[in-house]
Design a protein around this ligand. Structure first.
Ligand code: PGA
Length: 248
């Protein structure tokens, strides 16, 4: 059985004061049946992990470097992220692929570095609107999956997040049928590559997940949770999404 996962990506938002919401979330979801992860900016990882302790909310980072250490000004090694108490790291988010020119090979190397440091890598993939409209979505996503996911991945080391680029921060989401089609295809690819182990790898949907649309998305087969941006910044928005996942 795959344990469901609600992951919040704060992106370049949040402050020391916004970490108060971690306590609110922990109090509201003490008996949650899903994993709950908040990924704040790097300087907040240490205080966030301290606040979360061994409670129901866990902490993740939004990126890591491929190298374990070295002359990489401004970058952060996965080992240091693990030292903060964080357990997850997002790699290959479309905003990084676009703004920092990250290729599938780099994303895969980042995921490998994360896994080597004991973290679970949340590898993001997803098509652009042009690719969707040209009927290329499934092909693009399969190629990204093949190129970005490390060999030897398991449910403990890897989570895959399907995030159509055109749905991120736009309020638009694919139809439930489109999400179902992609997730079924991702599952088949993972099982094709990893055998039964591929059945244990969690698949998240991401892109404009809100309290209003969460239950419908979570009812889809092979949607094991969500990667949530804007709606993860406030407990009053993220909490109903976690509750919908719990109920699914
Ligand atoms: P959004 O972002 O929920 O604000 O659309 C999702 C993401 O980029 O992970």
């Amino acid at each position: 059985m795959r344990r469901k996962l609600a992951a919040g990506n704060w992106k370049m938002n949040g402050s020391r004061a916004s970490l108060d919401m971690l306590e609110t979330l922990a109090a509201a979801h003490r008996v949650s049946t899903c994993d709950i992860v908040i990924c704040p900016p790097h300087p907040l990882l240490f205080p966030a992990a301290k606040i979360c302790g061994s409670g129901p909310v866990q902490v993740g980072a939004q990126d890591c470097h491929t190298a374990a250490k070295g002359a990489h000004t401004g970058d952060t090694a996965a080992g240091l992220i693990a030292e903060t108490g964080a357990r997850y790291v997002i790699v290959g988010h479309s905003e990084r692929r676009e703004a920092h020119g990250e290729s599938d090979a780099q994303v895969r190397a980042k995921a490998e570095a994360a896994i080597a440091a004991g973290l679970t890598a949340i590898v993001c993939i997803g098509e652009s609107l042009e690719q969707r409209e040209a009927g290329e979505a499934l092909g693009v996503i399969k190629a990204q999956l093949a190129g970005s996911v490390p060999d030897g991945s398991t449910g403990a080391t890897l989570v895959v997040a399907y995030e159509p680029i055109w749905a991120i921060g736009t309020g638009k989401i694919p139809t439930l049928e489109q999400i179902a089609e992609v997730h079924a295809s991702l599952r088949a690819e993972l099982v094709g590559r990893f055998g039964d182990t591929g059945k244990g790898i969690r698949l998240l949907y991401g892109g404009s997940v809100k309290p209003e649309n969460a239950a419908g998305i979570f009812a889809i087969a092979d949607v094991d949770g969500a990667l949530v941006g804007g709606a993860s910044l406030k407990a009053e928005d993220f909490s109903p999404i976690i509750a919908a996942l719990d109920a699914s």
